[in-house]
Design a binder for this molecule. Structure first.
Ligand SMILES: C[S@@+](CC[C@H](N)C(=O)[O-])C[C@H]1O[C@@H](n2cnc3c(N)ncnc32)[C@H](O)[C@@H]1O
Length: 272
């Protein structure tokens, strides 16, 4: 039997996903939803998308919702992504944060971290460039699958392709199966947690951060969801704290709450 996603059901599905996690699926991406969910419908022995939507709406535990998030999210990431931003962070922002606090500890949130490369990149850079710094990073994502992979800390050659040689030698071990295992010392300061960025209640429980990286996820939200998420990020920053969004993303039409700081052509958003 061929499982087809009819337009009215697609719209109901889209609304459901939007309401649950802020991801907006345009008409042009209907095929993606169809391709990614057929397997779930078959595995659950359901008759089609209408049935699957009912199942998601009325099942009492969140297991299938979690599988849905695994299926619909785009998890592209890699070590040392957008290096200009990382340089600004390590050369300018981190030293400023530490000197303002007059302390040697920094608390960072890698929001929508996917498989963890961003969080681990920051740990390695801080260890290399700022002597004696104590770092705590929270990595979060909505997909349990990517979080499990982040906790394992084993990466393929695609993921490590931009890692500078000295870092490669010092922090990774080739396990002989085309995979590279991260050193335990890099993994230790990072904890991973499932956090939906539109879940204000949960976000209120995680405390406040000196710096937040929330890169390459706002593009999946519409303006209303972006505004909501960005206001939660704002509230999660300590006064004077900094937010990095992806280099192709901007808060220009989203909020005026932050002070944009431009350093070496990189825009960083500072909480007042
Ligand atoms: C393209 S990856 C970006 C990873 C990393 N931040 C980077 O820039 O390399 C986007 C991630 O956002 C996550 N995501 C999407 N919607 C989310 C939501 N509502 N709450 C939390 N994470 C979400 C996805 O699961 C995915 O892993």
């Amino acid at each position: 039997m061929t499982i087809v996603l009819r337009d009215p059901v697609f719209r109901d599905f889209r609304d459901f996903i939007y309401e649950k996690c802020g991801i907006f699926i345009p008409d042009t991406k209907k095929y993606l939803l169809e391709n990614r969910l057929v397997k779930r419908i078959e595995d659950k022995c359901l008759s089609g998308f209408e049935d699957y939507l009912k199942y998601l709406r009325y099942s009492t535990n969140g297991d299938e919702l979690s599988r849905l998030y695994d299926a619909i999210t785009t998890n592209e990431t890699y070590f040392f992504r957008e290096p200009q931003q990382l340089d600004v962070f390590i050369d300018q922002i981190a030293p400023k944060v530490l000197s303002q606090k007059k302390a040697k500890d920094i608390r960072i949130w890698s929001a929508a971290c996917s498989t963890g490369e961003e969080a681990y990149t920051l740990i390695m850079m801080l260890a290399e460039k700022i002597a004696g710094v104590r770092t705590e990073i929270l990595g979060s994502d909505i997909s349990d699958e990517v979080l499990a992979s982040a906790r394992r800390g084993v990466y393929n050659s695609y993921s490590i392709r931009n890692v500078p040689e000295p870092y490669m030698k010092k922090y990774f071990r080739d396990n002989g199966q085309m995979n590279f295992e991260l050193d335990a010392a890099v993994k230790r300061p990072v904890t991973f947690s499932n956090i939906n960025l539109i879940d204000e209640k949960k976000i209120r429980t995680i405390g406040s951060f000196d710096v937040i990286f929330c890169r390459n996820v706002l593009i999946y939200f519409d303006d209303k969801a972006k505004q909501k998420v960005v206001s939660f990020l704002y509230n999660s920053l300590k006064p004077g704290g900094y937010l990095f969004v992806g280099s192709s993303e901007s808060l220009h039409s989203v909020t005026r709450a932050f002070r944009p700081v431009i350093i070496n052509k990189v825009v960083v958003y500072q909480r007042g």
